[in-house]
Design a protein around this ligand. Structure first.
Ligand code: NAD
Ligand code: TDX
Length: 332
């Protein structure tokens, strides 16, 4: 039995990971989360208190981080500022949480010789052309285009430097866009689902031809656990499930699954610097660690996600008005 420190465990992917680990292992988990606007304590309700401890705190707080790392066998680092539209509006919190926060954790795991896993994004590799067959691979050079992805890339570089310089036992994963329960309503899929649930129209940035490579959050969780348990320290793994779809395809599928006409959405102002396409080659994770996704049917996964938001309005409704006010001020 291991003791895991999970940062950002009250956010979308962190909650899904905590729930997955508690279900399939006998590990004990301490969650460290600042409960920013995107963290939600309610998402962790109902889980066994004997195996889950929640600490409200900041990953930039070196004393707190050191004390928690000291008691852990491994740290799984999800905590971050994660929304591209916020990063464009106000990048400072991203530099603080993503760069200084990761640095603070690295210093603590270095001091105590603790295994570390960095949860990162495919966006560090920049974007791909819409008409190219290319996909991202582990050896590709970082080329982030946005304030968010630049801070994630910077944090990943710190991890690699700590591995090389201090012999840290660390792995890094880069995942494509995830969907599933407990995702904040600011993100693409939950925003459009909750628009329809409220009787409003989905909003597509620009042409909507941009492509994202969708993976269910539960598959992300099983991949991170596989890397933690069987990955080689120092190595990078790309996580993806061959889920490429344009934003237009996704919004039309949401409308169809929710019984609405396929043209019942609006095109709104585009995102500045909008990345065209992300696509993951996850061959290394599959062949070296034997990982496979469970959710291979995107339509079924999306229908289940729609059902979750339909049934959990109490969870998302408190954040919806502020989210839409933020977008309205930007013509989105
Ligand atoms: P999220 O915004 O839903 O959750 C982030 C969590 O981190 C929140 O609970 C928040 O309270 C916490 N947090 C933020 N700043 C903190 C700080 N200073 N100290 C402690 N906690 C803090 O994000 P998510 O979608 O769950 O993403 C989690 C991780 O996965 C991030 O590192 C992100 O870059 C990465 N990622 C996400 C996706 C995706 O599609 N969601 C894809 C690839 C990678
Ligand atoms: O209302 C919208 N309309 C729209 O067309 C929103 C919120 C988004 N979009 C577009 C922008 C993107 O092309 O949908 C796509 C997905 O947007 P986001 O959900 O904001 O995700 P993205 O910017 O692709 O980044 C996500 O995946 C990688 C996560 O937010 C990151 O944290 C993760 O690293």
């Amino acid at each position: 039995m291991a003791r895991l420190l999970v940062t950002g465990g009250a956010g979308f992917l962190g909650v899904n990971f905590v729930r997955h680990v508690l279900a399939v292992t006998d590990h004990r988990i301490t969650v460290l989360d600042k409960l920013t606007y995107s963290g939600n304590r309610v998402s962790l309700e109902g889980l066994p208190e004997s195996r889950l401890t929640f600490v409200e705190g900041d990953i930039v707080d070196a004393l707190l981080v050191d004390a928690l790392v000291q008691d852990a066998d491994a740290v799984v680092h999800f905590a971050a500022e994660t929304h591209n539209d916020h990063a464009l509006a106000e990048p400072a919190p991203f530099v603080r949480a993503n760069l200084v926060g990761t640095f603070t954790l690295l210093e603590a795991v270095r001091a105590h010789g603790v295994r570390f896993h960095q949860v990162s994004t495919d966006e560090v590799y920049g974007d791909l052309a819409l008409d190219s067959p290319d996909r991202f691979h582990e050896g590709d050079a970082f080329s982030p285009s946005s304030p968010y992805s630049a801070t994630k890339a910077g944090a990943d570089l710190l991890v690699h430097a700590w591995v090389r310089s201090y012999g840290l036992r660390a792995t890094v994963s880069h995942c494509s866009n995830s969907y599933g329960p407990y995702q904040h309503v600011e993100k693409f899929i939950p925003r459009q689902i909750t628009q329809v649930l409220r009787g409003d129209r989905p909003r597509v940035y620009g042409s909507g031809e941009q492509v994202r490579d969708w993976i269910h959050a539960e598959d992300h969780s099983s991949a991170v656990l596989a890397i933690l348990e069987r990955g080689t320290p120092g190595e990078t793994y790309l996580i993806g499930a061959n889920g490429e779809r344009s934003n237009l395809e996704v919004v039309k599928l949401i409308l169809e699954l929710m019984g609405q006409p396929q043209d019942a959405f609006d095109h709104v102002a585009d995102r500045p610097g909008h990345d065209a396409r992300y696509a993951i080659d996850s061959t290394k994770l599959r062949t070296e660690l034997g990982w496979e996704p469970v959710h291979r049917d995107f339509e079924a996964g999306l229908a289940a996600t729609i059902a979750w938001y339909r049934e959990n309005e109490d969870w998302w409704a408190p954040a919806k008005d502020a989210t839409e006010a933020f977008y309205a001020a930007r013509g989105q």
